[in-house]
Design a protein around this ligand. Structure first.
Ligand code: FUC
Length: 764
């Protein structure tokens, strides 16, 4: 009797467990992927809905259309304008980043008759996928941008034979003639400025037939170009490669070989490899970078998990839902974007990364030196993507000679160089001089060393740039009768109301940062002692940031800050972030003044301005305020107004940052912000969870990077650190702080150290 009763109880218990487990999983589909963006409809609007893939030099935006699929593509070096600077530079001379072309696939699957539609960008694999049923056939499109082979691959498959009937064609944004030979499209053109370009698109089919066509749609010839008609094909693969003759070398007037041979080789070799090998190669290459960091900020409720990205963003924005997995996704999306548009041996990420559908993009899609380009690279080191920083460093190095000539034209006989605000790839600089711009660039050269500890790089690449930019300031600073050093003709970007004047805080702080970085670089290299001493003296003499009449950090030397000024630029807080002259620990009064200034500036602003403020509040150790800013950035701009001033800052449904319009700096600056909330290493110590918001009580992070070559894995519970593992790559001494506790120790290269919540060593 007793046994039967126990058995019954056991049975009841088992049923209850299974039911509970089932209902926990019932709402979350079994293929739920927290690292995926997905939608229930094809994209209609390029900027706000299409999804980006990229391999560094090439980028593409995919729409996921079933009737006509559009794959709009770019190459990072396709620019209009001049290559060589002339006397008076105009906006026209500077040129703009250009759209390259489009690939169209017309299958004619009327979306109103399509079922089970899903388009998705899986950022754990960097794959775009479209799936649906149409007239009893299940269609799958898979696209990825392979970096090692420099091709974009689109593969179309179906669960029934002979499913593919339609047209494929290629277009060009500069009117090149398109030709076809052996099922390969060629668009070969020139920009009339010396730049030549070429794209090739190979169409491979299994089964059926393929022949030349004039693509038609609803009885209309779509393009004055040729297409390829697919007739009863079982599967279709497209391989696209594109390039220009741009060469990152001033001496060769920025011109190299015609891209024909390179592009042909890319496509030929990709065909030989085949889609599966190309995919495996892509995955290994991509995941080697992406897989270095895991971030877990807590679990999202199943009912939200079941929703598309658009609906989750709507809930997040209007219903203020708690969605830590969406927040973690937004962090990783920034890393995804940087990997996809910034790889060694090509140009750095521009204002839109590499994704651009216009020949007149906003602000020319340029290299904007007064915050935007630098912000693109803020997450590179901390989010463990040092390789992706290299295009920026190479770009800066390539500008040295041309920028020295430009600078001398403007400022006479000075050493070193600087830049204006708007910049193209060849050192043509336009609009207002941004005097401390080159010093801000130089910060990145130093930081790449501070994290990566490569002495040969510091000696040969970084130090020469740091030093010549210091020399520019040696020749350009004004010494006042009392000995103070000030910058002349300063402008706090972009405060139009004020005339140029001396000693503007933005200038002074960036020069301070430059001198500090150069002094530390000389220390590391153990040379240039006399010059280092000179810099130390000059740094002492610099006019320093000061507190004004309403407790604010003064933006100008004269105390004229307007407490009602809500300008998006917060240039005078450079010293708080990304600089390190002001900190809560070392300069508490100035940090407090920075807080007063930030409060007055307010939180509402353009996309990148919100991203900057996340970093500021993290440096001020205010996690909840940083989180508030983060939420205000992951704010769905659910409208089609993509013009500056016409809608708000936030994100579009494709998670691209809305300045507006789309600017990638807001995405990348936000990713850096998460890094600063979780760990900071700018003040000669590794501070754990310095700005953890109460919204993330439990979580973990793996693989973020600190200066000195340390990698950090941490877990926390109830807002308290539970464990941290420090991996020491180079064996440098290490100082870790958390909650008033310190662990300080020498380390061994290649060794990991596990510390508990009290920062006591657990094991080696
Ligand atoms: C800066 C900003 C603008 C814009 C432009 C590209 O000058 O002031 O808001 O982001 O860069």
């Amino acid at each position: 009797m007793k046994n039967i009763f126990t058995l019954k109880l056991f049975w009841l218990f088992t049923v209850m467990c299974v039911t509970t487990i089932n209902s926990a999983y019932a709402q979350t589909s079994p293929d739920y992927n927290p690292l995926s963006l997905w939608y229930e409809q094809p994209a209609e609007i390029w900027m706000t809905e299409a999804l980006p893939i990229g391999n560094g030099p090439m980028g593409a935006m995919l729409f996921g259309g079933t009737d006509i699929e559009r794959i709009q593509f770019n190459e990072i070096s396709l620019w209009s304008g001049d290559r060589m600077a002339r006397e008076d530079v105009t906006e026209e001379n500077m040129g703009a980043h250009q759209a390259f072309g489009d690939v169209f696939i017309r299958l004619g699957h009327d979306f109103s008759k399509v079922t089970n539609y899903k388009r998705e960008l899986d950022i754990s694999k960097a794959v775009h996928r479209v799936e649906y049923d149409y007239e009893g056939i299940h269609y799958v499109q898979r696209a990825f941008a392979n970096h090692p082979s420099n091709v974009i691959v689109v593969e179309l498959t179906a669960d029934k034979p002979k499913a593919f009937n339609g047209d494929v064609w290629l277009t060009d944004m500069h009117g090149a003639d398109i030709t076809i030979n052996k099922n390969r499209f060629y668009s070969v053109g020139d920009m009339k400025n010396g730049y030549e370009y070429e794209a090739q698109l190979q169409v491979l089919t299994t089964g059926g037939e393929i022949k030349s066509s004039k693509p038609e749609f609803a009885g209309r010839t779509l393009m004055p170009t040729l297409g390829l008609r697919l007739i009863k094909c079982d599967a279709v693969t497209l391989i696209l490669s594109a390039g220009t003759n741009f060469k990152q070398d001033f001496k060769s007037e920025w011109l190299g070989e015609h891209p024909h041979a390179k592009v042909t080789k890319n496509v030929d070799e990709a065909i030989t490899k085949g889609v599966n090998t190309l995919f495996t190669e892509h995955l290994a290459d991509y995941q080697n970078l992406f897989g270095r960091v895991d971030l877990n900020l807590g679990k999202t409720a199943d009912n939200l998990r079941a929703k598309s990205t658009l609906h989750r963003l709507r809930d997040y924005t209007t219903a203020k839902s708690t969605d830590p997995e969406l927040e973690a996704l937004f962090y990783q999306f920034g890393r995804y974007l940087l990997i996809s548009c910034s790889r060694p041996n090509s140009l750095p990420a521009n204002l839109q990364g590499v994704w651009n559908n216009s020949n007149r993009p906003a602000w020319a899609g340029d290299y904007h030196s007064n915050i935007n380009l630098e912000m693109n690279y803020w997450p590179a080191e901390t989010s463990n993507l040092a390789e992706c920083h290299v295009p920026f460093i190479d770009y800066v190095t390539s500008l040295r000679e041309v920028s020295a000539l430009n600078t001398q034209k403007e400022y006479g006989d000075v050493r070193g160089w600087t830049i204006q605000t708007m910049n193209n790839p060849t050192g043509i600089s336009f609009w207002k001089w941004n005097l401390p711009g080159s010093a801000w660039y130089a910060q990145h050269l130093w930081e790449h060393y501070a994290f990566g500890q490569d002495k040969a790089y510091l000696r040969e690449t970084a130090y020469p740039v740091l030093k010549e930019v210091c020399q520019f300031w040696e020749d350009h600073l004004i010494r006042r009768p009392d000995g103070t050093l000030v910058t002349p003709d300063g402008w706090s970007p972009e405060q139009y109301k004020y005339e140029p004047e001396e000693g503007v805080t933005y200038d002074q702080e960036i020069i301070y940062d430059l001198f500090t970085n150069t002094i530390e670089a000389a220390n590391e290299l153990g040379h240039d002692e006399a010059y280092k001493k000179k810099l130390m003296k000059m740094r002492d003499d610099l006019l320093k940031p000061a507190i004004g009449r309403w407790g604010q950090l003064k933006e100008w030397e004269i105390d004229k800050d307007d407490p009602e000024d809500h300008h998006r630029h917060v240039s005078h807080l450079f010293a708080l972030y990304p600089g390190r002259q002001i900190s809560v620990a070392q300069t508490p009064e100035l940090a407090e003044a920075a807080r007063v200034s930030l409060n007055a500036r307010g939180d509402e602003s353009t996309g990148w301005s919100r991203a900057w403020k996340i970093n500021f509040w993290a440096r001020l150790a205010d996690g909840d305020r940083a989180y508030k800013l983060l939420r205000s950035l992951i704010n769905l701009v659910d409208e089609t107004k993509t013009i500056y001033g016409k809608s708000g800052g936030g994100v579009y449904s494709n998670l691209l940052d809305s300045h507006p319009p789309f600017q990638i700096d807001g995405n990348l600056g936000a990713t850096a912000g998460y890094g600063e909330m979780l760990m900071q290493s700018h003040a000669d110590q590794i501070q754990l969870l310095p700005a953890l918001p109460s919204a993330w009580p439990d979580g973990s992070v793996k693989g973020i990077r600190a200066r000195g070559g340390f990698e950090i894995d941490m877990t926390w519970k109830n807002n308290k650190l539970t464990q941290v593992v420090i991996h020491s790559e180079f064996g440098l001494p290490c100082k870790v702080t958390y909650n008033g506790k310190t662990w300080e120790s020498n380390t061994k290269a290649g060794t990991s150290y596990t510390l508990n919540t009290k920062l006591k060593l657990q094991s080696k």
